[in-house]
Every structure is written in C-alpha cells, then in structure tokens.
Write a protein that binds this ligand. Structure first.
Ligand code: GLA
Length: 383
C-alpha cells in the first residue's frame, strides 16, 4: 500500500511524496452507543487502513486526490465545506480546522493523495482512518508532535465540528490506539485508553449488508438526544453515571421510548465490563454470549438494528463455531460482526451469504478481518 499511495501521488503531482502515513479502520467489538454517554467500549483496529501521502507547496495551493476518483481537486487557504464527490475532503479539512482549535500551527499549501485497503462503506470507520492519517501527515508537514490522545481528539473534533456528526471517541480512539492481537478499551469519560489482549484462536468476520437507512445521520443524532434527555430525567450528567438500581427506581419519570434507550446504554456498559472479565478468563463462549446479547438489546431496546442485520445475527448464532454476533457501529444498516473459532471458514461464510441472498435478493460483502496496529507515520519529512 505504501507503494500504491506513492504511485498515486507521483501520477497526480509528478513527484515522490515527502511524507506517508496510515491509520486503520475499526470494528466496534462491544459497547454500542456508550461512548458519547461517558461509558466504556471495546474495539479492534483492523489490518485495513487509509494511506495518506503529502508534500509541502510554497504557493499556498492545496491539491487533493483520492484513489477512488480520477480528478485532482484544488482549494485555497480557506477551509470551505465541499459537496458531492469532493465531500471526502471535508475530513482532512476538518482536521486542519481542529488543529487550529488545538492551538497548533496549520499547514500552508500542499499536495495530498489518499489510497485505501480498507473497504469503504463497510461500517469499519474509514472516516476515522482518514482523519487520523491526515492529522499525522499535517503534523509531520508542520514538524509538530502531539501525544496520541491529542491526535485522537483532533480526529473526533474534525468530525464533530467540521463534518458535523456528533460521534463519540470510539472510532478515532481505536484507530489511534489499536494494537495487533489486542482490543482497545476506552473509558470515554477521561477519556482513558488501554489495550486488552485478544485470546488466540478467535476470528473476526464482517457481513456488510450495504444497506443504509436514508435518515441514518438524523437517527444517530436522535438517539444522542434521547440519551441526553434520559440522563436529565434520571438526574445524572451522563447515562454512564446511572446505575441499574437508580434506573429501576426512577424509570417512571421517563417516557417509554426514552426508558428503552437508557436501559440499553446502562446494560451495555455492564456488558462491556463482563466481556472484559470473560476475555481475561479466555472464555470466548461467554464473550460471544455478551456480543449477541448486545445485538438483541440494539434490536429491541435501542432500536438501531434493521431486519437485514437481525437476519444475519439469527442465522450466524445457529452455526457451529460462532461464539456470537452483533451489529457493529452506529446501526440503522451497515454491518454485522461475528466472532468465531476456526470451524467457521469460507464455506460457512458462503452459506450465510447464500441464506441472506435468498431472503433479501442481494449479496452481503463478506470480510475475514484481522486485527492491526494503530495510526503511524510511515515516511517522515525529516528523514
Ligand atoms: C458510530 C460513532 C461512534 C459510536 C458508534 C456507536 O460508529 O462514530 O462514535 O457512537 O457509532 O457505538
């Protein structure tokens, strides 16, 4: 991939890039919508990443090229929100905006190319991957260093403020702190980041439905609001402050819908804790039960699943070798993750795809993912 992004850069701008960076996508392992509620979450960085190549320019022009498009887009020194095919540039532009908000020096002109070996639109957070790889590239360009936590916060701020999605810290945190054969644990209130070893012999499978609810951004925001309303009704700042006991005592103050959302978050935070304990015991069967329980809670209480995602979980959880399965990420479409042992292979994945095709008339995208390392500079300016 290093050569591929360098080649795209060369072809677009006629020179070798000075700097190359990469940042991985992520799987949300468990902890659904807990992040912006101040809760805990576990994620895995995957071995697919977004790769960014940049070189400085002295004339202030900014030229942008993606491997997914044939055109070079040019912007000036001003950050302008772009629409349509060029809207991907809002992510790196948002990073520049967020660097400013953090009091950092901003890059002037540059040439920029991005390539991906992470399936885009598969629910693996290519947005966090482009934010972190861009942030590392712009920091190299301006010869500044920040700690990992700041890097992650810059990525999230880009998405919250410039792109306009009120996401939590999960995606950027996992892309920044990922480690091969580990899960990233985030206590989102700090936020505090650490890693947890993943027991050997576990496999990650992604079944991407390619379905996306038309209102997905609005629905994410609506859930965010419902959670904040629930916290206010329960008399706590964030739902992570509410115990199950408090919830049971005060639930009468909540509307039935808001009560369901709150129960999902409070129980989900509890499941994250239980999952960590099961991982420490190397008890993958118990881990799998928590994963599937998380999905059922999404399906019935948080109502961010879809019939397509539910059918995948229904099918997967009947199969030998599957520890558990759940929707991964924001929901309202997207992908299901299954945790399996080695009895579940290509033939079994094909079988799942076949059942899905018969039911829904479309093929899911099937990916056998490995864990990978977090964001890093591959070629440094100063070298
Ligand atoms: C999306 C957001 C994350 C998180 C998940 C749901 O992936 O970007 O911050 O809220 O949804 O857990």
């Amino acid at each position: 991939m290093k050569n591929k992004v360098a080649a795209l850069f060369q072809q677009s701008f006629g020179a070798e890039p000075a700097i190359i960076t990469r940042a991985p996508g992520r799987i949300e392992f468990i902890g659904n919508h807990t992040d912006y509620n101040g809760g805990t979450v576990l994620g895995a960085a995957v071995d697919g990443a977004l790769w960014v190549a940049v070189s400085p320019r002295t004339d202030g022009r900014r030229r942008w090229r993606s491997g997914l498009s044939d055109t070079v887009v040019e912007t000036g020194g001003e950050l302008v929100k772009l629409k349509g095919d060029s809207s991907w540039i809002n992510y790196p532009q948002g990073v520049i905006d967020a660097m400013g908000a953090h009091g950092l020096d901003l890059p002037g002109g540059f040439d920029y190319a991005v390539e991906s070996d992470l399936p885009v639109g598969a629910g693996l957070s290519s947005s966090a991957a482009i934010e972190l790889s861009s942030a590392l590239a712009f920091l190299e360009l301006t010869q500044q260093k920040v700690d990992r936590e700041t890097l992650v916060k810059i990525g999230r701020k880009a998405e919250n403020d410039f792109v306009g999605v009120p996401c939590g810290i999960l995606d950027q945190g996992v892309s920044g702190f990922g480690q091969k054969d580990h899960l990233v644990f985030i206590d989102c209130r700090g936020p505090d980041f650490s890693t947890v070893p993943m027991p050997g012999g576990a496999h990650f499978w992604i079944f991407n439905t390619h379905t996306k609810h038309a209102l997905v951004d609005g629905l994410y925001e609506a859930r965010h609001k419902e959670c904040m309303a629930a916290a206010a009704d329960l008399g706590v700042k964030l739902l992570a402050d509410a115990t199950l006991e408090l919830f049971r005592q005060e639930v009468h103050k909540l509307s039935p819908t808001v009560a369901k959302r709150a129960r999902h978050i409070i129980e989900e935070i509890d499941r994250v804790g239980k999952t960590i304990a099961a991982l420490a015991d190397q008890d993958l069967a118990a881990v799998g039960q928590h994963l599937t329980a998380s999905h059922r809670s999404s399906q019935h209480a948080f109502e961010n699943s879809t019939p397509e995602l539910d059918s995948l979980v229904d099918q997967l959880t009947t199969m030998a070798g599957v520890y558990g399965a759940r929707l991964t990420g924001g929901g309202f479409g997207g992908a299901v993750m299954a945790l399996t042992d080695s009895r579940f292979g290509e033939a079994e994945a094909d079988q799942v795809a076949e059942v899905y095709r018969t039911r829904w008339g479309a093929d899911p995208q099937v990916l056998h993912m490995r864990t990978g390392d977090g964001a890093e500079v591959i070629r440094s300016h100063s070298r």
